[in-house]
Design a protein around this ligand. Structure first.
Ligand code: BES
Ligand code: ZN
Length: 851
């Protein structure tokens, strides 16, 4: 029997399950197309909410099922197995079942599937129901004992290993957990072992398991893991809690990585690292994601979510924790600027369009569609604001109370905030609105100066978002500092807390009129609308002690220059060119910071800025203006660049903050030089580069200048057997394709024998690059839209989750002119009309169309 059409699930409808689970025993008899899963589950009736036994189950072939050893009446549909309460004992009982599943044909990469002959699982959010019948919801926590029977040499599951023999292995996880944290891996793997002793003296075995041949790419990840374990002890007082911690790398994976208890599973692109094959950016990402998944052990696993609406409880908090870790490992200012760039590019963009939703959504059709920039990145910003409002001491007091009070529980955002209220005696009811109100607040500021008193008046408004036409004022921490006319800081960073729609703050007893530095360190996820004259901006660019604001002033200058070029055919402003030159050659500044100042706003960012200013963005014009500005910069900086290029050389490759900062500035400088020297410097570097950062940096400098045809061929020849490096080869060509030929480049690459829809990394390498090429994707012909839609329709049959995620590229469609809107709408409607379109993609396209 088929269940009715997909329903919408509401937060307000949450109810406890009718049954809790005490213990789970699973036996896997692994076989590619006919794996048998035997389960023995002890259920305990929930006295608070008595009712039928409701188990989820999808794509399962039921062989047998019994209750306390007896056959009972049951109702089995495509999605559930139900047993009426009248047919069940009122005391705890044992449910046993045997089901058959087919990992080899599972291309959705959810549940138990195969990747290069290895068995692996992905259960978050609702994948466990594709493994066996179970109450697949995070508030049901149980201990798991797992037996694996297989001829694969390595067999892993959660917890500690308990016994093994020829063709079998058993694991036991003593920590109660929800089913989404279950994991199993079996394959021909080699491991990179190490050990860690926790602060209380527990000796933990650490392993990174990879395919034979990848064992020399594990050392960096292992160091990152040990640093993360130490950091969580030192910073949050959180220790690891099992005898073993395993990481496994898999090639076919929808996401970056997954925090399964004691058995983290990683997309190989997010753990394998070597200087020959990985860029500095790859190293930085690997360090951050290993930390992220490790930190989930406390924020997500020991304390988990009551329901999926609380996703930000674990993701927002864990992103915040990994950001702090990366800042401690590298540079806080550089990390903060990178975070803001990403927040604006992804989350502000989402908040501005049809997919806008609160950090804690109120309803969903497919939960996989809510692993969004808003839940993750705005969720992390909320934690940052909480810490700014409370101060460090009270922040950690609240965290400690949360950990003590809720260990072993599945909880809500209310529980999280209550721990802070109880620990500090503060009222956080207004603050809580950040979780329920969508949209990015606009903050206007005006300044008045009188008799040594500076008054800052702020006004906040939040534009309407889908389903939320009327917005209330938010509680916004605004970090402000004041700089005197001579460049000295006269008032250090102070947090002003805005709670009303309009509110004034005064600073008195000032001698001469200072310049205000507002929203230091990007203290809240808002759009600051400040009328600021060129002289003040230049003053702050030169004198602000807050690195974020210093960078921000340069960015505003770059944006204004580009907008003037686009809308008034202006030539690039010389004050911008001079300011950039001053920063670029200021040796007192960190090279990584200088590289960030040199970077121009993306074309997508410029499009959004024009749209916000009431204009229709023209992708070709934006592209041309940005190219012209790069060319002008190249000429203006032509004296400084070759010197810097020589000075910044790093004799040995160390992927740390210092080395990567130097290389990022050096590669940025090379990009400009290549616009002037016919590619001489870049070709020379390409020929001798012994690390991927320089190899890819020189190749992309060439491609961006319309050169590099030979190098791109040589690159393929050199790396054709390395899947991860070949992903870069695909991306490079699409990202740097000229707008007129972007769609054909994509089509040609999809004909390449190594292109496949089955590997999400490969799909993203090509199509993520297509949508990152703004002028190519939004080409007036509509070819970019059509190519993407064609392949999304094909991919949906195999992998709905990745398809739905990629549909997000269309979320900005209302920004553009009527012709482009019509072209995009036609593609979205074509996708929607596809027979048997997945629930994931259907929901996304419907929300994007919004009608
Ligand atoms: N729990 C997620 C992975 C996940 C997300 C699994 C959605 C299934 C569905 C994991 O902790 C995570 O957040 N991973 C991020 C990377 C992280 C550094 C933000 C990812 O995979 O992109
Ligand atoms: Zn996470």
């Amino acid at each position: 029997m088929k269940d009715a059409a997909p329903e919408t699930i509401f937060l307000k409808d949450y109810a406890e399950p009718h049954h809790w689970v005490r213990e789970v025993h699973l036996t896997f008899r692994l076989a590619p197309t006919e794996t048998r899963v035997l389960s023995r589950i002890t259920f305990v009736p929930n006295a608070q909410n008595a009712g039928d036994l409701v188990l989820n189950g999808e794509d399962l072939k039921l062989i047998t099922a019994t209750v306390d050893g007896a056959i009972v009446p049951m109702d089995v549909s495509d999605t559930h197995l139900r047993i009426k309460s009248a047919d069940l004992p009122t005391k705890p009982f044992t449910f046993e079942a045997e089901v058959e599943i087919s990992p080899e044909t599972n291309t959705a990469l959810e549940g138990l599937y195969m990747s290069n002959g290895m068995y692996c699982t992905q259960c978050e959010a609702e994948g466990f129901r594709k493994i066996t019948y179970y109450p697949d919801r995070p508030d049901v926590m149980a201990t798991f004992t797992v037996r694996i029977e297989s001829d694969q040499p390595v067999m892993l599951s959660n917890g500690n290993p308990t016994a093994s023999g020829e063709g079998w292995a058993e694991w036991h996880d003593p920590w109660p957990k929800p089913s989404y944290l279950f994991a199993l891996v079996a394959g021909d793997l080699v491991n990179h072992p190490d050990r860690f002793t926790t602060k209380s003296g527990r000796d933990v075995e650490l392993n990174i398991y990879v395919r034979p041949g990848d064992e020399d790419k594990c050392a960096f990840g292992m160091e990152a893991l040990k640093s993360s374990m130490k950091w969580d002890e030192d910073t949050y007082g959180r220790e690891y809690d099992l005898d073993i911690f395993n990481i496994v790398a898999v090639d076919d994976f929808n996401m970056g990585a997954m925090e399964n208890k004691g058995l983290n599973i990683f997309n190989s692109s997010c753990v394998l690292a070597s200087k020959e094959t990985s860029t500095d950016a790859n190293f930085e990402r690997i360090e951050g994601i290993i930390a992220h998944e490790y930190f989930h052990n406390w924020t997500g696993n020991r304390i988990t979510c009551r329901d999926w609406f609380q996703l930000c409880l674990k993701e927002g908090l864990t992103v915040y924790r990994d950001q702090m870790f990366s800042g401690d490992m590298r540079s806080h200012p550089v990390k903060r600027i990178e975070e803001v760039l990403q927040l604006r590019a992804r989350q502000f963009r989402e908040d501005n369009g049809p997919l806008a939703h609160p950090v804690r959504p109120e309803s969903f059709v497919e939960i996989n569609n809510f692993y969004t920039a808003t839940v993750y990145e705005k969720g992390a910003e909320i934690i940052g604001m909480l810490r700014r409002i409370l101060g460090d001491e009270d922040y950690y007091k609240g965290c400690n109370l949360y950990f003590d009070r809720h260990d072993g529980q599945a909880v809500t955002i209310e529980d999280w905030l209550k721990a802070f209220e109880d620990a500090t005696g503060r009222d956080l009811s207004h603050f809580q609105q950040w979780y329920s109100q969508a949209g990015t607040p606009r903050l206007k500021v005006s300044e008045a100066w009188e008799d040594g008193t500076l008054t800052l008046t702020f006004t906040q408004t939040t534009p309407p978002t889908p389903g939320q036409p009327d917005k209330k004022p938010q509680l916004i921490p605004i970090a402000v500092g004041l700089i005197g006319p001579n460049g000295d800081e006269v008032v250090p960073t102070t947090i002003l807390t805005l709670s009303e729609e309009t509110q004034s703050f005064t600073f008195d007893g000032l001698g001469a009129r200072p310049v205000a530095s507002i929203l230091r360190d990007f203290s809240a996820p808002v759009i600051l609308e400040r009328e600021i004259d060129a002289a003040t901006r230049a003053f702050l660019l030169a004198n602000d002690t807050d690195p974020f604001q210093k960078w921000e002033m340069g960015r505003m200058l770059a944006k204004d220059t580009l907008i003037d070029m686009i809308t008034r055919d202006a030539t690039p402003a010389t004050d911008y060119l001079d300011a950039i030159k001053a920063v670029l050659t200021d040796e007192s500044l960190d090279p990584a910071f200088r590289a960030l100042v040199l970077g121009l706003p993306s074309e997508d960012d410029i499009a959004q800025t024009l749209f916000d200013a009431g204009q229709t963005p023209h992708p070709q014009k934006i592209h041309a203006a940005r190219q012209t500005l790069r060319q002008t910069l190249a000429i203006h900086l032509s004296d400084a660049c070759p010197t810097l290029f020589r000075q910044l050389e790093t004799p040995t490759f160390v992927p740390d903050a210092d080395g990567s900062g130097k290389r990022s500035l050096r590669m940025a400088v090379l990009g400009l030089m290549t616009l002037n020297d016919g590619g001489e410097a870049a070709r020379a570097l390409y020929a001798k580069a012994d690390n991927m950062t320089e190899q890819l940096g020189s190749l992309s400098a060439l491609l961006a200048a319309g050169l590099g045809a030979e190098e791109i061929q040589a690159f393929e020849k050199q790396w054709k057997n390395d899947r991860l490096v070949m992903d870069k080869w695909y991306t490079m060509q699409v990202v740097h394709a000229a707008p007129d030929s972007t769609a054909t480049t994509v089509e040609t690459l999809t004909q390449h024998p190594d292109f496949t829809l089955r590997n999400p990394n490969r799909f993203r390498a090509v199509f993520g690059a297509l949508t990152a090429n703004h002028a190519g994707f939004h080409h007036a012909s509509g070819a970019g839209y059509e190519t993407l839609a064609n392949h999304l329709i094909k991919l949906d049959k195999l992998n709905p989750q990745t398809t739905a995620r990629m549909c997000g590229s269309f979320e900005t469609w209302r920004r553009y002119d009527a012709d482009r809107q019509a072209l995009i709408r036609a593609q979205l409607e074509r996708i929607l009309a596809t027979e048997d379109l997945s629930r994931d993609t259907t929901e996304m396209v419907n929300r994007i169309l919004g009608d």
